[in-house]
Design a protein around this ligand. Structure first.
Ligand SMILES: *Cc1c(COP(=O)(O)O)cnc(C)c1O
Length: 470
């Protein structure tokens, strides 16, 4: 695969440049704290960017989760909230939008993605079962483990190599999966946990050919496939751009076709669906649906609100329609590519091809002198903030946590610092500032030392862990 193919945005779209398909109607001032203020803030946060106050951050690339700018139509939709306890009209709008664009039969709203993961894991995993998937995600695997399942990574080998230019690094290794099914017995496989795009691999997509072949394989063994649809609209864009035969398909058509090969999906609406809070679960099986909508009453709320206000469901319904528009998704992913291209041109090591929602800095190559046990990706996140007030997050050894059986630290092949781009929030000028900040940290790399963990929470430690310089 030719790296340049993904670098030149002008080439990709057959024109000089792209621009956002919107104009700005409301602004929120941001401010760069002084170097001394940043030093104090980072010390107070124990070098964990999750523990910083937002006010102390200049450009916030911690996450694309719930950080979206809503459209004027979504804000107007908030005023149409029907806050009835049961049967809100906004629920029916959300259900119809999901059915139209994702194509599943039944909908259960949840307060956010992990609420959906919790309920699905409890309903679909029996203790002792195996859950194969295309690389783990933090909250997903946690819920699968808490339901008594064991996650098994069946992503293709290329996904673990930050420099490999495979166009669909999110693909499932079908041989690996079939070996596992034969080994454990199909009845001991809870379901295949498929994600598009794959966050932990660097926002890498799954191809249509792969999901189709996966469906055939799973049908042979009677195994179900559930999709983490959190960034599936972005995945659809990569299929349109890279997979032969889909260049003339709309994002909406690709999305629905892809989902049709799966048995259901869970969603963090805080990502693709362009809202600040919300999630949902959707399935085709009527019996499973009854179980899910019974469970949701215990953990989230009645099955027609699932922990959301009526107005939140309205904003998601409108966001679903906006997120599958071709011009939206082109500029969304295009902005990420723009930042990635600036860094590639300075020979700064990043995961390639550039992913859909974030640029992932390859901390192992960035700081070759810092061993993984001294947390190179966490160190880089701290350095970027100190240098420029930019907030990023670690996706390496700290995020990977400990093996539940041995209690040892997992050592993932990928040690990454994620610059996550919120949707419709920052401009190209902000991306230039970010690129220059990364360059400054890179130029200063030899003088940078690692970190050690001095406080480690039991679950999902990266959120609240504390560190100090070694
Ligand atoms: C964010 C995310 C989740 C969890 O969703 P929340 O809304 O944060 O609870 C699940 N899967 C993926 C891929 C995500 O990025």
């Amino acid at each position: 695969m030719d790296a340049k193919k993904y670098q030149t945005i002008g080439q990709q779209f057959g024109r000089r440049s792209w621009a956002e398909p919107w104009k700005i109607k409301m602004v929120e001032p941001i401010r760069l704290a002084s170097a001394e203020e940043r030093r104090q803030a980072m010390e107070g946060a124990f070098s964990n960017t999750f523990l910083l106050r937002s006010e102390d951050v200049y450009i916030d690339l911690l996450t694309d989760s719930g950080t979206n700018a809503m459209s004027d139509r979504q804000w107007a939709g908030l005023m149409l909230g029907d806050e009835a306890y049961a049967g809100s009209r906004n629920f029916y709008h959300l259900e119809a939008a999901m059915q139209t664009y994702y194509g599943y039969k039944y909908l259960v709203p949840t307060h956010q993605g992990r609420g959906a993961e919790h309920i699905l894991s409890q309903a679909a995993i029996k203790p002792g079962q195996w859950v194969p998937g295309n690389m783990y995600f933090t909250t997903t695997r946690q819920h699968q483990e808490m339901a008594g399942g064991t996650f098994v990574d069946v992503i293709i080998r290329e996904a673990h190599d930050a420099a490999d230019l495979h166009p669909f690094k999110g693909n499932v290794d079908l041989d690996k999966l079939e070996t596992l099914i034969k080994d454990k017995g199909a009845q001991n496989i809870a379901y295949v946990s498929l994600a598009g795009t794959v966050n932990m691999a660097g926002g890498q997509p799954v191809s249509m050919a792969n999901v189709r072949a996966l469906r055939e394989l799973c049908d042979r063994y009677g195994v179900r496939i559930y999709l983490d649809a959190t960034r599936m609209a972005e995945n659809a864009y990569f299929i349109q751009q890279r997979e032969p035969g889909y260049a003339d398909w709309t994002i909406a058509r690709i999305l629905k076709e892809f989902c049709s090969y799966t048995d259901g999906a869970w969603m963090s609406a805080k990502k693709d669906n362009l809202v600040n809070i919300g999630g949902w679960l959707a399935v085709n099986d009527a019996e499973l649906f009854e179980t899910l909508r019974n469970l949701v009453v215990i953990y989230e709320g009645l099955h027609t609100y699932g922990g959301l206000a009526g107005r939140d469901m309205e904003a998601i319904a409108i966001g679903i329609e906006e997120c599958v528009q071709d011009d939206h998704i082109r500029s969304r992913v295009g902005q990420v590519l723009y930042l990635g291209e600036l860094l590639i041109n300075w020979d700064i090591p990043i995961v390639q091809p550039v992913g859909g929602h974030a640029v992932f800095l390859d901390a192992k190559r960035f700081y070759p002198h810092i061993p993984q046990d001294e947390l190179p990706a966490q160190t880089l996140a701290a350095q970027l903030y100190l240098d420029s007030g930019i907030r990023s997050m670690e996706r390496g050894i700290v995020s990977a946590g400990r093996d539940p059986v041995t209690g040892e630290n997992r050592h993932p092949a990928l040690e990454l610092t994620r610059l996550t781009i919120p949707r419709r929030v920052y401009t190209q000028a902000h991306m230039d500032i970010v690129a220059e900040a990364v360059k400054a940290a890179y130029d200063n790399r030899e003088r940078t030392r690692g970190l050690r963990m001095i406080f480690e929470p039991k679950y999902l430690r990266f959120f609240q862990a504390r560190f100090e310089p070694v």
